[in-house]
Design a protein around this ligand. Structure first.
Ligand SMILES: Nc1ncnc2c1ncn2[C@@H]1O[C@H](COP(=O)(O)OP(=O)(O)OP(=O)(O)O)[C@@H](O)[C@H]1O
Length: 259
């Protein structure tokens, strides 16, 4: 499997076409062409500094590529601002928590649910709107087993619980594409599996791209894996194909011994 595919018509939720980004003389992302299929869970791996986060920033619109195009569900979004992309359902989680620590988990999630309801909802029915948002919060908290912690300020929760609330907030936005940057750092294996099960169960049509340094997590959960090395796409394929790929082995052994 290679990423060299034309834009239309594919089942791609997200397509990157010849994307390149340099910082000064350093090319952080180098001519990346990749299709992420609608509804798939794709792992994005690569040694430190491979360009994973920069690629996410290009997809979300925080970084403008020097060359190339970003196509989201058939529409060229390369020139759209980050907030315009969020409105189309392109959502990312961050390495660092983005929730309001003084508010409860329920309130944080309900705020995200209300943001998603947007102005299309009838403005004269605020109580109904708020009730729906709170119900969504309770449902998500129950699904992850945090319902008894939902009323506490997020700042009072454990690190793992806070990470889970982060993910629930992003799910409440009902993403079409969810970019997850180290979402499970600091979680146990069991918590990680629970979180990723929920992400998949929430909406099977949501496309998910997952960056994780824990390769066991990526290899056990992802349907396909894309490997970046020195900004370039080294390989894309099933976990078995990636595991057997000698170039991938060399890239990891050469620059990142602990993986
Ligand atoms: N705004 C910037 N200005 C200058 N250099 C940058 C900038 N952003 C990223 N880089 C450089 O681009 C390269 C790729 O960084 P990036 O964070 O995308 O890699 P990564 O694969 O996410 O790494 P890690 O796994 O360590 O998070 C690095 O060498 C980094 O120093």
């Amino acid at each position: 499997m290679t990423g060299h595919t034309s834009i239309e018509p594919t089942g791609a939720g997200l397509s990157l076409h010849g994307v390149r980004k340099s910082f000064g003389s350093y090319t952080a992302v180098d001519d990346v062409t990749l299709d992420v299929l609608q509804g798939e869970l794709l792992g994005l791996i690569g040694p430190n500094g491979a360009g994973k986060t920069t690629l996410f920033n290009i997809v979300t619109g925080f970084v403008r590529p020097d060359v190339g195009r970003v196509v989201f569900e058939g529409a060229d979004v390369t020139r759209l601002k980050p907030d315009q992309r969020v409105r189309r359902g392109l959502v990312r989680t961050f390495q660092k928590s983005m929730v309001f620590p003084e508010l409860s988990a329920e309130e944080n999630i309900a705020m995200a649910a209300r943001a998603r309801q947007g102005s299309g909802y009838a403005w004269w029915r605020p109580a109904e709107r708020a009730a729906e948002a709170l119900a969504e919060g309770s449902r998500l908290l129950r699904a992850i087993g945090l319902e008894r912690r939902g009323a506490l300020p997020v700042g009072a929760l454990s690190h793992g619980e806070q990470r889970m609330v982060d993910i629930l907030v992003s799910l409440a936005l009902r993403p079409r594409l969810l970019l997850m940057d180290e979402p499970t750092a600091g979680l146990t294996r069991e918590e990680t599996a629970r979180v990723m099960d929920l992400v998949r169960a929430h909406d099977r049509s949501t496309t998910v791209v997952l960056i994780a340094h824990d390769l066991d997590v990526v290899f056990s959960l992802c349907e396909r894996i894309a490997v970046l090395n020195l900004g370039a796409l080294l390989a894309v394929g099933s976990p078995e194909e990636i595991r057997a790929n000698p170039e991938v082995r060399t890239a990891y052994l050469g620059s990142h011994r602990e993986h």
